[in-house]
Design a protein around this ligand. Structure first.
Ligand SMILES: [Zn+2]
Ligand SMILES: [Zn+2]
Length: 675
C-alpha cells in the first residue's frame, strides 16, 4: 500500500516522481483554525477545519477563518474530510465552509460530530454533507489515495483521535491534539499499542501537536486537579461557582462528581455549557443522575451550602455568564461575599487582560476567588516535551513536521525531534499555505498556495474584508468626520460644506475643518472637474460623484494627517444641485486672512503644492482656536451662514443633524453615490 503503484494515481501531474502534498491552511504560527489538506494525484482530503478568535484591533469581528480560496478552486477534487476531535479550533469552520464548497462526507468521533450537528443545524447546512461517525481502530477510505485509521488518544475533550494515514508514498501519522494521560477520566486509554504498530511498520512522516513544546516534563494527567478541586469545594462556606471550558468534558465530569460527593445541586449557566453537557450525557461520556441538576431559577431556593453553579466565562468573554455576573448584569445570579469562585482554566494568550479584570471585579464584590497556576486546579490537554518525545519514540518517523503552535513552539518541537535523532534536514518548519511534498525518499517545501484569513462579523455571514477592518480601526482609533458638500452639476460649490466630527481628538473645531473642506472642494472643482464630468449632450453633464467624493476625502485626509497627525475616517457626501445654482462665495468675513478662493486657471506646481502653501498653514496654526479662541460673534455668524437653508440648492437637501447616527450617514452616502 505504499509507493509502488503511486504513479498511476498521480499521472496528470507529469512530475518525475509522484508525491504526497500536505498543505496546512491554518494552525501554524498561531493556536487556532487548524485546517489541513492532504493531496495525492486527483484526490484531496481535508483534516479538521477550525476557527480562531479575533485579536485586538479586529473590531466587530467574531470569528477568524482561514482563507479557503485554494479549497474553493479545487472543490471538484475534495473526496472527504476527517475530524480528529470536537474543539472549536478543529470543527468551528465547517458549517461556514459548507456554504462555500462541497465536502461529500465527513468522518469523525461521535462527540465531535454531535457537536458539529448542532452548529450545522444553526447554520442551516445539514443537507450539504454526510456525517459518518467512527470507532477506535476503524479504517475509512477517502478517494483512491487515502486510508485513514482512527487511533484513540487522550486530550482535554473526550473522544479524541490521532490518525494513521496510509498513502501511496507511505504512512503519515497526524497526532491531532494529544497528551499521554495514563489515567483518563473516562477510562478511554491512549491506544499506544496501535501507534507502536505503525512505528514498527515504518512511518514516513509525523505531523505532531506543538502547543506545549516549550515546557519540559510530562503534562500532568487530568485527574491531578481532582484533589485540589475537592479541597476547595469542601472548604467552601457558601455557594461554589466554577468556571471552565464547556468543551473540557473530563473537567466538567469531575466537577459534577465532586458536586455529588459534597451534596451540592448543580445549576448550569451558559449556552455552550448546557449544550456540551447534554450531548456528552446523551452519548455516555458523562454519567450523573438527572436530579443532580436544578434549573437556575429554582436553585436560589436551596441553601447556599448545597449549591454549585457551573458556568462559562473562564476566558473573560464579555457576554459569558461569569463576566455578566462580575458586572452585576446577570438577571438571575448576584455575587455574595460568601461565594467561592473557582477558575478551573488558564487564559488563552490574548484573553489574559479580560480574565484578570473579571477576577478583580469578582473580588471587589467580596467573593473568594481561586485562580492561577499555584492552585493546581487546571492542567493542559496538550503534551509537553516528554509527551512529544514519547510520540516520536513510538512512531520513529523518517521525516518530521511540527504543527499546531506558534513559531517558537514549532522551533522548540523541531529541536526535541533532533535530540531524538531526527536529522535537521528531515524536519520542516512551515507556515500556513506552505506545501510539504513527500516522496518515499524525500521531504521538501513546494510552491506555497494562497493562505490568509477571512473575518466574520457578528452575524457569521458577512465577511469582513481588509478595507472594512481598516475603516473600523480608523473609527475606533481616530473617529470619523462626515462632510456634506452641495455642488451643482456644472461644477459650482453652492453652499458651504457642513462638517460633523465624532470621536476625533483634535484641537481643530468643525469650523476650521469646514474651511479646510471648502478648500479641498474648491481645489477639486478647479483641477479635477474636467476629468470628473462629461458632457453627454443632454441637459446636465454626466458627473462622477463618487470620484468627486473620493478626491475630496483623499485631500482632506492628507491635510489632517499632515497638520493634526490624525487619520479619522472621512466620509464625504455630495448633494448634487441643478446646473445654474448660484455659487457660494466663500467665507472671507469669517476668515479675513485666508487667501480668496481662486477662480479659474490652474495653480502652479503639483497638487500638494496647490493645496497647502506654507504661508497658509502657518497662519492657520496661529489661528488655532485652542490657543486663540475665535470671537463668539464670528463663530455664530459662521454657524448661521452654514445652515443648509442658506442657498436655494441646499434648501432641497435633507436636513443634516449634528447627532446623526452613522447608519443614516452611510445611507445618505450611497444615495449620493446613486445620484
Ligand atoms: Zn483540542
Ligand atoms: Zn487544537
Amino acid at each position: 500500500m505504499t509507493n509502488s503503484n503511486g504513479s498511476q494515481l498521480n499521472g496528470s501531474q507529469g512530475k518525475a516522481q509522484p508525491c504526497l502534498r500536505v498543505i496546512p491552511l491554518g494552525g501554524l504560527h498561531e493556536i487556532g483554525k487548524n485546517t489541513c489538506v492532504f493531496e495525492y494525484g486527483d484526490d484531496l482530503m481535508l483534516v479538521d477545519a477550525g476557527l480562531a478568535f479575533p485579536s485586538d484591533g479586529m473590531h466587530g469581528v467574531n470569528v477568524v477563518l482561514p482563507d479557503t480560496s485554494y479549497l474553493r478552486e479545487n472543490q471538484k477534487r475534495i473526496r472527504g474530510m476527517i475530524v480528529t476531535h470536537g474543539h472549536e479550533d478543529h470543527i468551528g469552520g465547517i458549517p461556514h465552509h459548507l456554504k462555500n464548497f462541497n465536502i461529500p462526507i465527513i468522518y469523525g468521533p461521535r462527540l465531535a460530530l454531535s457537536m458539529l450537528t448542532g452548529k450545522m443545524e444553526e447554520a442551516g447546512v445539514m443537507d450539504r454533507t454526510i456525517l459518518q461517525t467512527v470507532s477506535p481502530r476503524e479504517v475509512v477510505k477517502v478517494g483512491n489515495s487515502f486510508k485513514v485509521e482512527f487511533i484513540r488518544n487522550t486530550h482535554s475533550i473526550a473522544d479524541s483521535f490521532s490518525l494513521a494515514i496510509t498513502t501511496p508514498v507511505g504512512v503519515v501519522v497526524f497526532t491531532g491534539d494529544f497528551k499521554f494521560d495514563h489515567t483518563p477520566v473516562d477510562g478511554e486509554y491512549f491506544d499506544i499499542q496501535r501507534m507502536a504498530h505503525y512505528g514498527e511498520q515504518g512511518v514516513l512522516c509525523l505531523f505532531s501537536d506543538s502547543t506545549n513544546a516549550e515546557l519540559p516534563g510530562f503534562t500532568p494527567p487530568e485527574r491531578a486537579v481532582f484533589p485540589n478541586l475537592d479541597r476547595h469545594i469542601a472548604n467552601a462556606e457558601g455557594r461554589v461557582i466554577v468556571t471552565t471550558f464547556a468543551s473540557s468534558v473530563h473537567r466538567v465530569s469531575m466537577i459534577l462528581e465532586l458536586a455529588l460527593k459534597h451534596g451540592r445541586k448543580v445549576g448550569l449557566l451558559g449556552r455552550s455549557m448546557l449544550n456540551v453537557i447534554a450531548k456528552a450525557r446523551e452519548l455516555g461520556y458523562m454519567r450523573c443522575p438527572d436530579d443532580l441538576f436544578v434549573p437556575i431559577k429554582q436553585i436560589r431556593d436551596l441553601p447556599d451550602r448545597e449549591t454549585l453553579l457551573l458556568m462559562t466565562g473562564s476566558q473573560g468573554e464579555p457576554l459569558a455568564a461569569l463576566s455578566r455576573i462580575s458586572r452585576g448584569e446577570h438577571p438571575q445570579v448576584q455575587v455574595k461575599s460568601s461565594d467561592t469562585i473557582i477558575f478551573s482554566a488558564s487564559p488563552i494568550p490574548g484573553n489574559t487582560i479580560s480574565v484578570v479584570n473579571t477576577i478583580d471585579r469578582l473580588m471587589m464584590l467580596g467573593a473568594k476567588v481561586v485562580y492561577g497556576k499555584g492552585e493546581g486546579i487546571h492542567v493542559s490537554g496538550h503534551g509537553s516535551q516528554e509527551d512529544e518525545k514519547l510520540m516520536l519514540a513510538l512512531t520513529r518517523p523518517k521525516f518530521f513536521v511540527p504543527v499546531h503552535g506558534e513559531h517558537r513552539m514549532l522551533v522548540a518541537h523541531a529541536r526535541t525531534a533532533q535530540s531524538m535523532g531526527v536529522p535537521a534536514d528531515h524536519t520542516l518548519i512551515i507556515d500556513n499555505g506552505d506545501v510539504v511534498e513527500l516522496t518515499p525518499e524525500s521531504i521538501r517545501k513546494g510552491d506555497a498556495v494562497k493562505a490568509g484569513i477571512e473575518l466574520l462579523d457578528a452575524s457569521r455571514n458577512g465577511i469582513v474584508d481588509a478595507r472594512v477592518l481598516k475603516e473600523r480601526q480608523q473609527l475606533a482609533e481616530d473617529g470619523v468626520i462626515t462632510l456634506l458638500a452641495v455642488i451643482s452639476t456644472d461644477g459650482v460649490m453652492a453652499a458651504p460644506p457642513r462638517v460633523n466630527i465624532r470621536g476625533v481628538v483634535t484641537t481643530a473645531d468643525a469650523r476650521k475643518l469646514s474651511l479646510w473642506a471648502e478648500r479641498e472642494i474648491t481645489w477639486v472643482l478647479e483641477n479635477r472637474w474636467s476629468q470628473l464630468s462629461r458632457n453627454t449632450g443632454g441637459k446636465a453633464p454626466d458627473v462622477d460623484w463618487v470620484g468627486v467624493q473620493r478626491e475630496v476625502e483623499l485631500g482632506l485626509q492628507r491635510r489632517l494627517r499632515r497638520e493634526l497627525q490624525v487619520e479619522p475616517l472621512i466620509i464625504c457626501l455630495v448633494q448634487p444641485a441643478p446646473a445654474g445654482t448660484p455659487a457660494y462665495k466663500g467665507r472671507a468675513d469669517a476668515e479675513p486672512d485666508t487667501r480668496p478662493a481662486p477662480r479659474g486657471g490652474r495653480r502652479e506646481g503639483g497638487r500638494d503644492a496647490g493645496r497647502d502653501g506654507g504661508r497658509e498653514i502657518s497662519r492657520e496654526v496661529v489661528r488655532d482656536p485652542a490657543r486663540t479662541p475665535a470671537p463668539v460673534a464670528a463663530a455664530s455668524a459662521v454657524a448661521a451662514a452654514s445652515t443648509p437653508a442658506a442657498t436655494p440648492a441646499a434648501r432641497s437637501a435633507p436636513p443634516v443633524e449634528d447627532n446623526e447616527p452613522e447608519g443614516r450617514t452611510r445611507r445618505r452616502r450611497s444615495a449620493a453615490v446613486a445620484g
